[in-house]
Design a protein around this ligand. Structure first.
Ligand code: ADP
Ligand code: ZN
Length: 678
């Protein structure tokens, strides 16, 4: 400690060194700022405090105890208040720092995710305080009779939880093999130790079905954490988690940042899911950060999937993750039989999208009083509307994208920015009437085709715009379970987790859809998605059939689906990635630049490209127009940085970006380990 030279100008006698703390506030700031600790207040690391920030008072967290002694104490603002709750633990503070460093985000922006229920800090206003959710006094015994491979996996997980140290396990098993029931045993073990558990799920899988099963196993519902949870519930969960009373949290992404008093286990279900990548704000991958969280906390983590990501399998191969495999479906339910329909040879009738073979299967399934599912990953009625006379195409005024017809609402919508306009009666260009034609199918159009084919069948659409809330999803799932629906037409929403015993026929309307566009993971994602969709068929006693319509039946991914041969497909994929040094064999980072002024944007991108430091094991691709080169009235350019696995890509980017000043009219986003390339 240096006896400071600064003597206050006003001549008031202040101690040379006023006790101070560095407080991090939840704003996009790179670091914590100094505050004076008032007399009589004693602060520790991680304490939640209230500090002046501009004209406001905000909640922050004590990040360091000694401040910058050079700072004139007279200019310091004072901590206003210390909250009477358990401080943010060291692990969690390190986690915030780690995520910020890795994603190159501001620490304050990451802290914001950890302070997602600021109300929870206030003392309860009313006497009627609701109890923290998911309190578990005693762990019930498992009532299921496990198969041998289930029991082995459950025992192995229990052992890992008992070891009470960091280790990562991949639980690999086909849909319906009992992964959920098996990892519940790991959760039970963590609870027996008196610790907490976190189960991360893609938001969409947080279904009533899952919750019912949880309740059956543990006797209570888990604490829920996702975008639809009300502020009052948030507050309650946050406080329950911080006090340690809430024992299990089931949630999306951001549940990682809750202030667990004693977290003993993390489970990431459907670990391959692309939606684990947070695509706005802090761009982080929840699966990867869950690994970091487990590592920092010295606790085990279980990744579960029927179609593990190449990244995770690579880690298994390298011996970084343990591997557990559930080979069979529970109770001998068979994997469905897959037929590939070559659309070049067996084309649907004009104006239709279901080939005769698939139509026949739908008729037979309906006649047998079983259910069918048609999968098409496209919302609305038709992805493109054009004028048959003059060729005019409806485009979004703010994006480089076609407008999608939603016939139910007689509107045209942009699926990128939300722009919506009524469907006109005549062509805006040539004024011709009745000349507008829908091109291509969306789920609404497929539903129409089914209704024409099977007028007596009851149909239902499952898509994020139609079944928007969890409540609506649950109602739809109930209708399917109770067989109030014969044919379901769904987007990727339907692919996840649900278990429908009477569903025996699955048709993939357009298997090629996800393969266009040249995304690094297009093949992998298509396989995962279509495999999951196929897995919906025949989960009960009756065997299932799957029909895959494609123009490219010779593609490896289609062949792999037909042969139900995941592993050879993954081998081929992995080899290709290795050859091109793509993840998981190399590292990627993307820079996305956007601005309203296209010329200025290109100018800046060129300047940035010129400043790029050169290294042997780093390649910079771009600048190139982004696949969606115009979005929400902004032009977009991308750089892709490709580096060797051992390169500290963040440092490289920091050094590079330090050479330029980004004009305020241009927005720069850094995406480490990008998952989407739009
Ligand atoms: P996954 O998570 O691998 O898709 P689940 O855990 O969801 O598989 O299991 C599929 C279905 O089979 C669920 O309804 C589950 O309750 C049931 N199930 C799994 N294992 C058993 C078992 N040993 N005894 C009874 N039912 C089981
Ligand atoms: Zn738009």
């Amino acid at each position: 400690m240096s006896m400071s030279q600064s003597s206050p100008k006003q001549g008031i006698l202040l101690p040379d060194f006023a006790p101070r703390a560095q407080v991090l506030v939840p704003y996009p700031l790179a670091r914590a700022y100094d505050y004076r600790i008032p007399e009589g207040m004693s602060l520790g690391l991680g304490d939640y405090v209230s500090v002046p920030w501009g004209k406001k008072e905000v909640v922050g967290v004590v990040w360091a105890l000694a401040g910058d002694e050079e700072l004139d104490p007279a200019r310091l603002k004072t901590v206003q208040k210390k909250y009477d709750v358990a401080p943010m633990g060291e692990v969690q503070r390190h986690f915030v720092e780690w995520v910020a460093r890795y994603t190159m985000s501001d620490m304050g922006a990451v802290l914001k995710m950890a302070l997602s229920a600021p109300d929870a800090l206030q003392p309860p206003k009313r006497a009627r305080v609701s109890e923290p959710p998911c309190q578990i006094a005693a762990v019930l015994d498992n009532t299921l009779t496990f198969s041998k491979s289930q029991q082995q996996a459950a025992d192995a997980l229990k052992q890992i939880v008992d070891d009470k140290k960091y280790s990562a396990v991949l639980l690999d098993g086909v849909t319906g093999s009992g992964k959920t029931e098996v990892y519940f045993e790991a959760v039970a073990e963590a609870l027996r130790q008196g610790r907490q558990a976190l189960v991360l799920l893609p938001e969409i899988s947080l279904s009533a079905q899952f919750l019912e099963r949880f309740e059956r196993r543990f006797g209570v519902l888990p604490a829920l954490w996702h975008s639809e949870v009300t502020p009052a519930q948030r507050r309650n969960v946050w406080a329950g988690v911080a006090s340690g009373k809430t024992r299990v949290v089931v949630g999306a992404h951001s549940a990682l940042f809750l202030p667990y008093a004693d977290l003993g286990l993390v489970v990431v279900d459907e670990e391959h899911e692309a939606s684990y990548k947070q695509e706005d704000g802090v761009l982080y991958h929840a699966r990867d950060m869950a690994i970091v969280r487990a590592h920092l906390g010295g606790i085990p983590i279980v990744l579960a999937s029927a179609t593990p990501s190449l990244e995770t399998l690579h880690n298994v191969k390298q011996g970084k993750y343990h591997y557990l495999h559930l080979s069979a479906r529970h109770a001998g339910a068979k994997m469905p039989e897959v037929s590939v329909i070559d659309l070049r040879a067996k084309a649907p009738a004009r104006g239709q999208f279901l080939s005769p073979l698939l139509q026949k299967a739908l008729r037979e399934t309906f006649a047998a009083k079983e259910q069918s599912l048609l999968f098409l990953n496209r919302r609305g009625y038709a992805p493109l509307t054009l004028c048959r006379i003059c060729g005019y195409r409806f485009q979004c005024p703010s994006c480089a994208a076609w407008l999608v017809e939603h016939r139910k609402h007689t509107r045209l919508q942009c699926h990128h920015c939300g722009h919506s306009q009524p469907m006109p009666k005549h062509c805006p260009e040539c004024q011709a009437e009745g000349s507008l034609a829908a091109c291509g199918p969306g789920v609404e159009r497929i539903q129409e085709e089914v209704q024409n084919l099977l007028p007596d069948a009851r149909t239902l659409i499952l898509a994020s715009d139609v079944t928007a809330s969890p409540k609506m999803i649950n109602e739809a799932v109930r209708q399917i379970e109770d067989h109030e629906v014969d044919v379901i037409v769904g987007t990727q929403m339907i692919a996840k987790g649900h278990h429908f015993p009477s569903l025996t026929c699955v048709g993939v309307v357009d298997a090629d859809l996800g393969l266009a566009g040249g995304d690094l993971r297009a093949g992998e994602r298509t396989f995962q998605l279509l495999h999951q969709v196929s897995g919906r068929a025949g989960r009960g006693e009756k065997p299932g059939r799957v029909y895959i319509q494609t123009f490219m039946p010779e593609q490896t991914v289609i062949q792999a689906l037909a042969d139900n041969d995941r592993d050879s497909f993954l081998d081929v994929e992995a080899k290709e990635r290795e050859k091109s040094s793509m993840p998981p064999y190399g590292r990627l980072a993307a820079l996305i630049l956007s601005g309203a002024d296209e010329m200025k944007l290109d100018q800046f991108c060129r300047a940035l490209a010129q400043k790029a430091p050169r290294f042997d094991d780093i390649r910079i691709l771009g600048p190139a127009p982004a696949p969606i080169a115009f979005l929400r009235d902004k032009h977009r350019r991308r750089f892709l940085v490709k580096a060797g696995k051992s390169v500290a890509i963040q440092k490289f980017l920091t050094d590079w970006l330090a050479t330029v000043k980004v004009p305020s009219s241009i927005q720069l986003k850094i995406d480490i380990d990008p998952q989407s390339f739009f």
